[in-house]
Unconditional design. Structure first.
Length: 330
């Protein structure tokens, strides 16, 4: 399956280089003198550094996750991993967290290594039956995430309380789009005509988001094809882990669903049907027009990407493409 996003995005910052002796010292300290027999930089992330360490004794293989983009997110991400594990959401086991230790160049987590292939890899050559099966697995996964409820929407503190309430309905989306459109960098990158079309569409359509009557819920906010690991059991596909929780907040289901229906699977009917079936089978509730609401909500991500100073030309091209999917290419 072609037509994928992210291929031309590039990293916003260079990966952190950690000396082999520093890796060896950390492993020996945390795992009772275990020697490091091998290491490898892991692909997928565009902001942080993830290094696989092979150890000579249990747990055998772990992942060192260095928080470059937001060093202050380590405690929150660790709390989210604990919560997800308690709720039965498949995540990498949290083995250790260091929020203030900078000996490796950034605060870090140490996670258990989870076997699986990236969803985007599984989708790259998926036939119709596999596409539907993967969609079903993703739907089940997201229903489990969204079963975690909050009293209101907003950004979370390290104790997973809503510390910064935000309107994530129609008025909130319109206000955010107006703020982003006023940013000179965003206006230069996206163009005045595209932003004007977007404002017109939101004036007409954003109010649809207010019809959602569900409770505010946990939104992973980065549930893309590189952060979902899957495995083929021989009878069906299952999710083995949802990775990288640093962006999670209290929102609506449409933030994650908008991410899920981006290319390459995008609007393929079998993908949408699979997600819908898996979500409902796991106890989730969705309105019939959830794909349209998800596309509207996903505009927040593309506007945010367009405002990032380090955004690459490839990322900006995808921002234009995905905004045009909703606002038209006029």
């Amino acid at each position: 399956m072609s037509d994928s996003l992210r291929q031309g995005w590039g990293r916003g910052s260079a990966t952190l280089e950690v000396a082999p002796e520093a890796l060896a010292g950390l492993a020996a300290e945390l795992f009772d003198g275990a020697a490091v027999t091998g290491s490898a930089m892991l692909s997928g992330g565009l902001a942080n550094t993830n290094i696989r360490l092979d150890l000579a004794r249990p747990p055998g293989r772990v992942v060192l996750r260095l928080a470059q983009r937001d060093p202050g997110a380590i405690e929150r991400e660790a709390a989210l991993l604990r919560l997800a594990a308690e709720r039965g959401i498949p995540v990498a086991p949290l083995l250790h967290a260091e929020a203030s230790d900078m000996r490796l160049g950034a605060p870090f987590l140490v996670l258990g290594f989870v076997e699986g292939v990236m969803l985007e890899t599984a989708l790259s050559d998926a036939d119709d039956s596999v596409l539907a099966d993967l969609g079903y697995a993703v739907g089940e996964l997201l229903a489990g995430v969204h079963a975690v409820a909050f009293d209101n929407t907003g950004f979370l503190d390290n104790a997973l309380r809503v510390a910064t309430p935000l309107d994530m309905g129609g008025e909130g989306l319109k206000a955010f789009a107006a703020t982003m459109s006023a940013d000179p960098l965003v206006a230069e990158r996206l163009g005045a005509a595209r932003l004007a079309r977007l404002q017109d569409v939101l004036a007409e359509q954003a109010g649809r988001l207010d019809g959602w009557q569900g409770l505010p819920c946990l939104a992973h906010s980065d549930a893309n094809g590189s952060n979902i690991l899957v495995a083929d059991t021989g009878s069906y596909w299952r999710v083995t882990a949802l990775l990288d929780w640093e962006f999670a907040f209290a929102g609506t289901p449409f933030f994650d669903l908008g991410n899920a229906i981006r290319p390459p699977a995008g609007d393929h009917p079998l993908w949408l049907t699979g997600i819908d079936g898996g979500y409902r089978s796991a106890g989730g509730t969705l309105p019939a027009d959830w794909p349209e609401l998800a596309r509207l909500t996903d505009l927040t991500a593309w506007l945010d990407f367009a405002a990032r100073r380090e955004a690459t030309p490839g990322l900006i091209a995808d921002c234009c493409r995905m905004i045009d999917r909703v606002a038209g290419a006029g």
